[in-house]
Design a protein around this ligand. Structure first.
Ligand SMILES: [Zn+2]
Ligand SMILES: [Zn+2]
Ligand SMILES: [Zn+2]
Ligand SMILES: [Zn+2]
Length: 790
């Protein structure tokens, strides 16, 4: 997903392996990015481009006039089965393929408005009705959508508008007596009903004032940091030869305190499941739901009412405004390149978009700056001993004209020592040029130069766009900048995630949900990038739209470094795997306190991987052969044997989850109880597989509506989560949230209140007071406190 598709990767690696040794050497030993780029791109042949184009043409990114009727038909099928979410997504897909001002697009919008109506999404429904009418919805069908519009307005309490719309519709009837008699009668009846509803609502609103605004305001950064405007005043930017740039606490910090709040400099939506390179007509149109169907292409907001780009089918937005902004900032260039960008992967796309955004910080200055610095060896390997760099000028500054040389102590800062979320800071993130393999650099350079040639072609064929033109002479400079970004991304790409709630059981009122973190997009955050890694970090990161929020997850004393986990967390990965991953991707050996402690520890693994003696229950210890820790017991057993038993259990739990998915609850419970019995004879009660079983059992009983049993099993799963991730971890927060829902549904008031409080405490630290979960917990609490005692 991040890198180009496998076909292009292996094609380029093959090409590399066939290069004469002398050329390989020239590229391998080149010590600046400009030389690497120019040497590589001179090797890009027309047949390479043809091959790449054939790969890119496998993606359906344009508008296919045959697609809208197909998707509308499929959407109608879902609609009839009352799967309104599914129907909405399919109508959206139809809309994205339809040209503006056609019957196709207006019919899809109208159908989507109906699905939204049934999901009680009245505001969105109204918008879609307007869109349908704007694109020329057929006159004969107008009364139907107009009635729906009135119904929405009534429900939303916009009674005057509702009344006006009814009057308009009536006078329309009077003017056009062409409507068939039977249809006219139905309409009249509906109108009568709605008129009564309006009157009814008018009486009600007179007695009930509108209440309830948002209870909580998100706490903002305590005080603005003069040096780093996106960070709190309780941190400061430092730099040394060992750690590079990093942030430290300048005062004691409490758990939950907001430390960084930064909007991505650039972000690209992860398209989700890669659409198949289409073979034959059968699989031509994809009916699966992907990220691109649910999240805005620009701001990543979740929405069911997507508005597509007028020029392509793959960029869809939450609103017309987002579409226009994206068009002005970058999509006018990207629109015709969709297939190519999907083929070349997200890193390439982020790199392109970063350079396109750089134009708005003064295009000519950026170009001048890039050409000046990229050929300078120091800029490409800032690992060199002298941390002091000479900058031509501050990118954003207006005063400089003839290139003053200014000393700045920390790279990425402006002349005043200020570190901001801008292109200058992005440009100074480390590309680690010397650490990447020559093949990888060759792959990146050729991908970028193929992209440059397409940009050039698009540019010369369409010179009328209002955006600043990219001059051909500048293209190689842009290419070098893009190559630098591609190399930076391996260490500096930040995954933008969201919490996806999936309903485990129950009707709408009695739902129990599972929270899962999913990756939405890839972005560059220059301030967040200042944080170093720890396998046991003292911060927690979350996202709203494209904004990253870093909070302290524990107390941080004055002078301590602010640390973030790059992925390999000690509770999810063994030390050897962590070390290997960090070395391969980030080029360093982790020496965080947990790693140091674990290096010197004996062979007893963590509790969530521990085995127990089958005879006496004590913990087993040892390497390939484990023996009982109790001195009176002589039991010993091979590790391989135990591992194969665990794998067998995992398979069975997987099978039970499938049964759960098919609502075969009793069978699932029988299977799981058997597994648990088995597990007791050789796994520690805190083994992660035991946790999985208890979690699945909780899910099964919840589906049966047996809240008490469900809660009992979930509490056991909670113990495992606590042992593995710690009592104040995000994982613990999500499990407590689930447990609170169970107690709430079972109306166990004291237990529910107690669990809500625990969940709130943990989730507040990680997500702050505005998160959906905290709001939900608040609602549950007030509902419980208001309920009459039984
Ligand atoms: Zn948006
Ligand atoms: Zn487009
Ligand atoms: Zn570590
Ligand atoms: Zn024993």
């Amino acid at each position: 997903m991040d890198l180009p598709v496998d076909e292009w990767k292996s094609y380029i690696f093959q090409k590399w392996s066939l290069l004469p040794k002398s050329i390989q050497d020239t590229i391998s030993t080149a010590d600046n990015l400009k030389d690497i780029f120019l040497h590589s791109s001179s090797l890009l042949q027309p047949e390479d481009e043809t091959f790449l184009k054939s790969l890119a043409s496998g993606y359906l990114v344009g508008k296919d006039p045959n697609a809208p009727p197909f998707y509308r038909e499929e959407g109608n099928k879902k609609f009839q089965k009352k799967d309104y979410v599914g129907a909405t997504v399919l109508y959206s897909k139809g809309i994205s393929h339809a040209r503006p001002h056609t019957a196709d697009i207006s019919l899809c919008y109208a159908n989507r408005s109906a699905a939204l109506f049934y999901m009680d999404e009245y505001e969105m429904c109204l918008k879609d009705i307007t869109r349908a009418q704007m694109h020329g919805y057929p006159e004969s069908l107008q009364p139907k959508v107009t009635l729906r519009k009135v119904e929405c307005l009534v429900t939303l309490g916009r009674l005057q508008e509702a009344g006006q719309t009814i009057r308009d519709l009536e006078s329309n009837f009077a003017a056009k007596p062409t409507v068939a008699a039977a249809q006219f009668q139905i309409l009249q009846r509906n109108l009568c009903r709605l008129k009564m509803k309006v009157q009814e609502r008018e009486r009600l609103t007179a007695t009930f004032p509108t209440t309830l605004t948002k209870i909580f305001e998100d706490m903002d950064l305590r005080e603005v940091n003069e040096q780093i405007p996106c960070a709190s005043s309780s941190v400061s930017l430092c730099m040394d030869s060992l750690r590079g740039r990093y942030l430290i606490a300048t005062e004691d910090i409490l758990p939950g305190e907001l430390l960084v709040k930064e909007d991505a400099f650039v972000s690209v939506l992860n398209p989700g499941e890669r659409p198949p390179l289409h073979q034959g007509l059968a699989s031509k149109w994809d009916t699966r739901i992907t990220n691109g169907d649910l999240y805005c292409h620009r701001c990543l907001t979740h929405t069911l009412a997507m508005v597509p780009c007028d020029g392509c089918s793959y960029a869809k937005y939450c609103s017309h405004e987002c579409m226009q902004q994206a068009w002005g900032l970058y999509h006018n260039r990207e629109c015709p390149l969709g297939g190519l960008l999907l083929t070349l992967g997200i890193f390439c796309h982020v790199s392109l978009r970063a350079t396109l955004l750089a134009r708005f910080e003064g295009a000519s200055k950026v170009i001048r700056k890039l050409s000046g610095e990229i050929s300078n060896k120091d800029m490409c390997s800032p690992d060199s001993e002298t941390p002091v760099h000479t900058l031509r000028s501050d990118l954003g500054g207006e005063s400089e004209e003839n290139g003053n040389i200014v000393q700045t102590p920390v790279p990425g800062c402006d002349v005043n020592g200020k570190y901001e979320n801008n292109y200058n800071a992005v440009f100074h993130l480390l590309p680690h040029t010397e650490h990447h393999s020559p093949e990888y650099k060759f792959l990146c350079a050729l991908s970028v130069s193929a992209l440059c040639r397409q940009l050039e072609a698009a540019n010369s064929s369409k010179p009328d766009t209002a955006a600043p033109p990219i001059l051909c002479s500048e293209l190689s400079t842009w290419g070098v900048a893009m190559l630098k970004h591609m190399l930076q991304l391996q260490c500096n790409a930040q995954a933008i995630t969201t919490i996806q709630q999936t309903a485990l059981s129950g009707s709408e009122e009695n739902s129990v949900t599972n929270s899962r973190q999913v990756r939405l997009a890839t972005g560059i955050f220059p301030v967040v990038s200042l944080l170093n890694h720890s396998c046991s970090p003292n911060t927690s990161m979350s996202f709203v739209s494209t904004v990253a929020t870093v909070r302290a997850s524990e107390k941080i004393a004055k002078g301590q470094e602010i640390l973030h986990c790059y992925g390999p967390h000690h509770s999810r990965m063994a030390i050897a795997d962590r070390q290997q991953k960090l070395r391969a991707q980030y080029f360093f050996d982790c020496s965080c306190p947990v790693c140091q402690k674990e290096k010197h520890r004996a062979t007893i693994g963590p509790r969530w991987e521990a085995f127990c003696c089958g005879r006496c229950g004590a913990l087993l210890q040892g390497g390939d052969v484990l023996s009982c820790g109790s001195t009176s017991c002589m039991e010993s057993v091979s590790r391989d044997h135990l591992i194969s038993r665990v794998q067998d259990l995992q398979r069975q739990v997987g099978g039970a989850r499938k049964l759960l998915g098919n609502s075969q609850l009793e069978q699932a419970i029988q299977l799981l109880l058997g597994c648990r019995h088995d597990a007791e004879s050789f796994l520690s009660p805190e083994h992660s597989v035991v946790g999985e079983m208890e979690d699945a059992l909780a899910q099964a009983y919840a589906a049966l509506g047996d809240w008490q049993k469900s809660a009992a099993h979930l509490q056991k799963s909670l113990q495992v989560v606590e042992a593995q991730h710690g009592p104040s971890s995000i994982e613990m927060g999500h499990e407590l949230f689930k447990l609170a829902q169970l107690f709430f549904n079972g109306f166990a008031i004291p237990e529910a209140l107690n669990t809500i409080e625990r969940a709130e405490k943990v989730l507040l630290v990680h997500y702050g007071p505005c998160s959906d979960e905290i709001q939900e917990l608040q609602k549950m609490k007030s509902c419980l406190l208001d309920s009459p005692p039984i």
